[in-house]
Design a protein around this ligand. Structure first.
Ligand code: ADP
Ligand code: MG
Length: 430
């Protein structure tokens, strides 16, 4: 027995396992290559043909009319996972190489042709099985195929069974198959789970944003509802009716804008970059948040110098709305939040300084992380959205903070060159 349990057996296993790791490694890099079935099949062919060749080139044991190696494992793996097409390419390679290395043998053709037909026929059913069933199905199928082809060999080709044959051809392959399929399924699960996780995360952010949308949209809706009730309950002049209608429509527009703003995050819209007049946009945000600041007893001050960047105004507003809202929330009554912007070299700098509770080093490092919030009813999404939008507009951000003293957030964007908007305004932006 000692002669056929040897280093070569381990080498054979090593070729097969390594190829499977390579297969899933490349499969996992689908960002680099477009996944279509055809490419996947060729990847599988390559990753099973290589160990097939290596197993045949470095067999476990060569008997008089039989070469023992684990070639049937990559062959069966390829055929079971890939179906008729992959199987037939592998069969062709296997037979061609067998004859090239060791000469023509009709018995080899009969054995592997039988395996090919049955494995390819079983392939669709095999691929539908769940993980555990796949493991045992592959093991039993291999064992049955080995026994079947042995019977064929003995009956039709007068084949002599020796104990090394039983060991290397009938006992080892089903076990090896079990482990190889186990490893393959484990690798595949890891890849699939990871891609699902990303989706689950995205869904949760979107659903959390839905809560804030409804919150933000409630105010305009209340106003509109009030006007409609007013118009119904008492007779009013045509003129007043017009005015109410006008206000109601404006409020509806506002609600629409809010929803659109949030949707820019939930579903990235085509990014239209245009020259932005920073001080105007910031003043708008400050204006929007003035009631909120008053409610909290916070002075909200804007100190803006003229400057401009290239960006998207909806992104810009959304971003600073989130940042400013945090600053106001962090500041106790009587405190001040100051927004300023100025040009510095080739950059536009926007700072938001508050005299609030401040942040610890740990909080600063977690700023922008989804769900990180120190507030009882916080979503932990505002900063994340803001950071994402700053990056979209090619900006950078920096936080300086001292606990109980206050926080200053500095956002830096590349300045829009004076000539650029003019050049582009003729073609792209108007
Ligand atoms: P939320 O406002 O829902 O808590 P955010 O993502 O907007 O979530 O903010 C995350 C966390 O960052 C806040 O809970 C707060 O602890 C911290 N934070 C953000 N801005 C400031 C600030 N100006 N001062 C102090 N803490 C801040
Ligand atoms: Mg917030």
């Amino acid at each position: 027995m000692g002669t056929y349990i040897n280093q070569n057996l381990l080498n054979n296993l090593f070729y097969i396992l390594t190829s499977m790791f390579v297969y899933y490694f490349i499969y996992d890099q689908r960002k680099w290559w477009k996944t279509n079935l055809h490419q996947q099949q060729w990847l599988l062919i390559i990753c099973t043909a290589v160990p097939l060749l290596l197993c045949m080139k470095f067999p476990i044991y060569i008997a008089k009319d039989c070469v023992h190696d684990l070639r049937q494992i990559p062959f069966l793996i390829g055929t079971l996972y890939g179906g008729w097409f992959v199987g037939s390419v592998l069969l062709f390679i296997l037979l061609a190489v067998r004859f090239f290395f060791y000469g023509f043998q009709p018995i080899t053709v009969a054995v592997y042709f039988t395996m090919f037909i049955i494995a390819a026929w079983a392939s669709p059913a095999f691929r539908r099985l769940n993980r555990t069933d796949k493991l045992f199905a592959s093991m039993w199928l291999t064992l049955l195929l080995d026994i079947l082809v042995t019977v064929i060999a003995v009956v039709f080709f007068d084949f002599q069974i020796i104990d090394s044959y039983i060991f290397d051809f009938i006992l080892i392959p089903p076990l090896a198959m079990l482990f190889v399929v186990y490893i393959m399924e484990t690798l595949k699960d890891a890849i699939v789970m990871r891609s699902k996780l990303v989706k689950v995360e995205k869904m949760e952010i979107v659903s959390q944003l839905a809560a804030s949308i409804s919150h933000e949209v409630r105010n305009p809706l209340t106003v509109v509802k009030g006007f409609i009730q007013l118009m119904r309950s008492q007779p009013i002049s045509k003129e007043m009716q017009e005015r109410y209608m006008h206000i109601a429509l404006e409020e509806i527009d506002r609600a629409e804008t809010i929803i659109n703003d949030y949707l820019t995050f939930a579903k990235p819209t085509p990014k239209k970059a245009e020259p932005l007049i920073v001080e105007q946009e910031l003043e708008r945000v400050v204006h929007l948040l003035q009631p909120f600041a008053r409610m909290n007893g916070v002075h909200l001050v804007g100190k803006c110098q003229p400057c401009s960047i290239i960006g998207n105004n909806e992104y810009f507003r959304q971003c600073f709305l989130n940042l400013l809202k945090n600053s106001i929330e962090a500041t106790p009554a009587g405190g001040t939040v100051t927004v300023s912007c100025y040009t510095q070299g080739e950059h536009v700098v926007v700072t938001i300084a508050d005299t609030g509770v401040g942040m610890t080093a740990e909080q600063i490092s977690r700023f922008g992380e989804p769900y990180f919030s120190t507030k009882e009813k916080g979503t932990g999404l505002g900063a994340m959205v803001a950071v994402k939008l700053i990056e979209t507009m090619k900006g950078t951000w920096h936080i300086e903070s001292e606990v109980h003293k206050g926080t200053t957030i500095t956002v830096t964007f590349p300045e829009a060159r004076k000539a650029e908007p003019k050049l582009d305004s003729g073609s792209k932006f108007s």
